[in-house]
Every structure is written in C-alpha cells, then in structure tokens.
Write a protein that binds this ligand. Structure first.
Ligand code: NAD
Ligand code: MN
Length: 515
C-alpha cells in the first residue's frame, strides 16, 4: 500500500545550511531522479510501545537505591524522532558523585572486591538473563530515547548487551587462565563515561569486564540517552547485586568532569569525542588513576577491482548508514580502485535511494532519527564545508518527517584529502568517496588520518587481504564484511582513536593489576 503523500510530504529544514541549498527538495510526481519513494514504500509496521512504562522522573542510582540529586535539578530527555519530552533526568553534581564513589568504595571493600570469582559470575549471569527477558522492552526504550531504528536496537544492540554480560560472567572465575602464571587483582573503583550512540551496549562494554574482575563502578550515561541505563539499574536491583557495586549518575559534561576529578576513583574509562578524551588525559595526568579511551574514527573502506561489487556496496551501506552513521568505527571514507569507480558510484546512488528514512519504531525503517539537534547541526556544518571546498554531494530525496531530527543518506564524490569531510568525523549518514590506483596508494590514503580505529578491505584475494591488513594502522579491520561485533573480539584504536581494548580477553586487562 503506498503511503499517503499528504502525511509526510514535507521538506526538511536543516538549521545550519542556509547558504548552500543541498537540502532535499520537494518531490514532484514527475521527478524520477533518486526518488523511489513511491515504488519502495511499505505499509507502516510500527513496533508497539504502549506498554512501555516510562517514569516521569528518573533519579540517581546510588548505593542500591534510587535517590534524588542534591541540587534538586532535572533536565529533559526527548525523543529525537518526535521532539517530545519523554522524562526528566536527575542532574548529578560533585556532591552526588562523591556519594556514588563512596558507595562504590564501600561495596568494593566490604563485598565485591573479596567475593570469589565464581560468585561474582553468578550475579553477572543473572543480569545477562534478566536483560534477555526484558530485551524487547529495552530495545523499544533505546529507540525512543536515542532515535536509532528498532531493527538495530532489537537485533544488534540488545543481543550484544546480553552477550557481553554472559561472556564476562564466564571469565569471572577464570582470571588465572586469562593471565597464566600471574595473579590478577581488581583496581578498585572505576568511573565510566559513555556516549549516546550505543547507550546500553556501551554500558555493557564498560560494566561487564569491570565487574567480572572485581571492581565496583560509577557509570555516567550520555545526557541525551540516560533512560535505558536507569532501567538497567532496576535489573541490577532485581538481580540482587549488592548495593553500591554499580552506581549510575546522570548529567552532562560537568557531571562527567566531577567524576573524573574525584580523588578516590582508581580508573577512568571513557568512550566519546577526541576533544573530551584529550581533556581527560590532562585531568588524570599525575594522579593514581588509570585511563582507557575509545575515541573517534575516520575509517577507510577499501574496494579493490576484484571485489564482489554488489556485496561490497551492501557492506558500505551497512558501514555508514547503519545507526544513522552514529558509529565511531563507521566506514566513513570509501576508497575505490579506479576501474570500478563508475560501477560502484552507480550502485551506491541507486541503493541509497531505496533506504527508508523515518519513524525509528517502524520495523522497516533503515535510517532513524539523528540523536540530537546539536548532532544534526554538526552534520550540516560539515556537509556545508564539503560543498564549499568543492566536493559534489549525492543525496537521497527521501521524504523526511516534519518533526524530529533527520538527515537523508548522502555521499560526496570529488573529495580530496585536505577536505574537512575527508579528515573529520561527520558522525552522520554521509560518506566521502575517493579513488586510488595501486594497493600502496590505498594503504597510504587509508592511514592518512589522525585516527586509527577501524578499516575495511574488499577483495577476492585472501593474500591481498593479509598484505593490506598488516599495513593498516587500525585497531579493527573487517575483510569482505563490515561492522560485525562479538564480545570475544577486542575493539579499540591507534593514534587519536584512543588506547586500551574492550571486548575479549584483552578487555579484562584495563580492569586488573597483574602480579
Ligand atoms: P562527548 O565526548 O562530548 O560526550 C561523551 C560523554 O562524555 C558524554 O557522557 C558526556 O556527557 C561526557 N562528557 C562531556 N564532556 C565531558 C568532560 N569535560 N568531562 C567528562 N565527561 C564529559 O561527545 P558528544 O558531544 O556526545 O559527541 C560529540 C562528538 O563525539 C560526535 O559528533 C562524535 O564525533 C564523537 N562521538 C564519538 C563516539 C564514539 O563512540 N567514539 C560516540 C559519541 C560521539
Ligand atoms: Mn533522548
């Protein structure tokens, strides 16, 4: 059934893009360019959310209890797809942080730090099972608060969240095998700060290994996506996790800063922007605190002439339009070997025109809402810079909903290495396409970035994969696939993408002292 045009035939108003009109134009019925809207539209298939119990206000989770912030201040969390307020979130200040760190220290000294690993493991298994039981509800909440599609929160985020708890539950009583011949001891209290792109998954990446190793935690979610973390807190209560083992404090940068500066924190783990990462490096220098950073990326996805092109184009689509491009390891630079450039561009063009942008709770939606107005403005600014510096933009003419924050799937051609869009993280559904002639040139271009988080290689030849991969300065390289995650596999970057690994046996290392 074709969608009724009257309901959604609105053009997007992109706040930052006044001077250059690259916004999707209204579609005329005769316009066949990049407009498969009618042909490809599906009947609405919205995920039910009427059973979701949102609280009017979410408090802080400290010492096993939900408590009001000392300041009495709250801020709103909105649904970026509708701009509706979902709930009020407590704003923690330095006094609340102090209470949370004290609760974590008490729990560390009195129970968790000395509990045998096999007992800690039981709690983690219980948490993992409760997450699985409530995974649909958590996926819907994740989509409502953050804007990501239900397809992803349901099929990617939540299964991985549970898998991380299961995986690290398994290590809790086997640390002597993780580090043969050495004794692994916990560090103490870990302060953990996470971003908004994978709210629950980042919480799991941080909490599960820290707890498995016997540390206690103070977690700070991102200010636009705190709700699911507070539902996770309920799961910790339900699992009977001893009070204070996990504390969750909400708020923005100031709250995070207070956590980093607290004198009784032993370790800071951070995922987010490189600029904040640099601030944290300065803040912990000269203190007893350990630090791990997982920062941005500007990954190169390299397509060789011998690659299976259709498969590669699908991988590129998944690599950059997946999760609205809100992925630090997104394949945001595409390097295409010259001989296949026209074919790849033609296929990409056709394919982005079929991507469905809109209601993230609809099961058929491919690209949901941009997480916040601020992020949308940042995307628009970078796209403007690309146009000003002379690159050409190809953009889907998908009809965008009137309310909410949206950006249509887009890519740039004619990009040179000095363009900002080739160097900076756009963190949106925008790809920069460049070409290369030889494998050496591909490697040089791929490595020509201050980042070093991830990369992708597409070729028919296994030997070429190994040759290229060994020369790429990236923590993760996918070959003939992209954006695949598994709790057993370490993740992390080189250079300005940070240091320390999360996931796998490596992911235990940042949370132990080895003797
Ligand atoms: P950010 O780095 O500002 O925020 C990440 C987390 O750090 C949030 O919880 C935030 O509240 C907290 N924070 C902010 N300032 C802090 C400070 N001074 N001390 C301690 N904690 C602080 O990222 P953002 O503003 O949400 O996004 C900006 C850019 O960061 C994005 O456009 C993107 O390029 C990048 N980013 C990267 C990732 C990633 O996974 N690597 C995730 C989200 C955003
Ligand atoms: Mn929100």
């Amino acid at each position: 059934m074709p969608r009724k045009r009257s309901r959604r035939a609105e053009t997007v108003v992109l706040p930052a893009a006044k001077s250059l009109d690259h916004r999707p134009a209204p579609i005329s019925p005769n316009d066949r360019r990049l407009n498969f809207g009618e042909k490809w539209s599906y009947a609405p298939a919205p995920e039910a959310h009427n059973y979701i119990q949102l609280k009017r206000r979410y408090q802080l989770f400290i010492g096993g209890k939900f408590v009001a912030p000392r300041s009495g201040k709250y801020f709103d969390s909105i649904n970026p797809a509708t701009e509706e307020k979902l709930a009020e979130i407590a704003e923690a200040d330095a006094r609340d942080i102090d209470l949370a760190v004290k609760a974590a220290r008490r729990a560390y000294k009195s129970v968790w730090g000395k509990m045998p690993g096999r007992e800690r493991g039981k709690f983690l298994y219980r948490v993992a099972r409760l997450i699985q039981e409530r995974s649909r509800e958590l996926a819907v909440l994740e989509t409502m608060d953050g804007g990501k599609t239900i397809k992803e929160s349901r099929d990617i985020d939540l299964p991985l969240v549970a898998a991380h708890f299961f995986y690290y539950a398994g290590w809790a009583d086997k640390l002597e095998y993780a580090f043969p011949g050495r004794t692994a001891r916990p560090l103490g209290v870990a302060g953990q700060i996470i971003p908004w792109n994978f709210p629950l998954l980042m919480a799991a990446w941080k909490l599960a290994p820290a707890l498995a190793c016997g540390n206690t935690c103070v977690l700070k979610p991102a200010e636009t996506t705190s709700i699911t973390a507070m539902h996770l807190a309920e799961i910790f209560q339900e699992a009977g996790l001893p009070a204070g083992v996990v504390n969750i404090v909400t708020g923005a940068g100031e709250t995070g800063k207070a956590l980093v500066e607290h004198s009784d924190v032993d370790k800071i783990a951070f995922t987010g922007s490189t600029s904040v990462g640099k601030l944290l490096t300065q803040a912990v220098a000269g203190t007893k605190k350990d630090l791990t950073l997982e920062l941005g990326g500007k990954a190169a996805n390299i397509i060789f002439e011998d690659a299976p092109i259709d498969q590669a184009v699908e991988g590129i689509i998944a690599g950059i339009y997946f999760n609205q491009g809100h992925v630090c390891c997104a394949g945001s630079r595409l390097l295409v070997q010259e001989g296949v450039f026209p074919a790849v561009i033609r296929k990409l063009r056709d394919r982005i025109a079929t991507l469905r942008v809109g209601n993230p709770l609809d099961k058929n939606t491919d690209i949901g809402a941009i997480n916040s107005r601020m992020q949308l403005e940042k995307i628009c600014q970078l796209v403007d810079s690309g146009l000003r510096q002379g690159a050409e933009l190809v953009q889907s003419k998908a009809l965008l909903p009137k309310k909410g924050y949206w950006y249509p799937p887009s890519f740039f051609t004619g990009v040179t290495e000095s363009h900002r869009i080739a160097q900076e993280e756009i963190f949106g559904p925008v790809l920069s396409v460049m070409t290369f002639r030889t494998p050496e040139e591909a490697i040089e271009r791929a490595n020509n970035t201050p980042y070093g988080l991830s990369a992708g290689v597409w070729t028919d030849k296994g030997s070429k994969i190994f040759k290229i991969v060994s020369k790429l300065r990236a923590g993760i390289v996918w070959a003939n696939t992209y954006n695949k995650f598994d709790p057993t596999s370490p993740f992390g970057g080189y250079k300005e993408s940070g240091f320390g690994r999360e996931g796998g046996r490596h992911g235990l290392m940042p949370y132990v002292m080895l003797n």
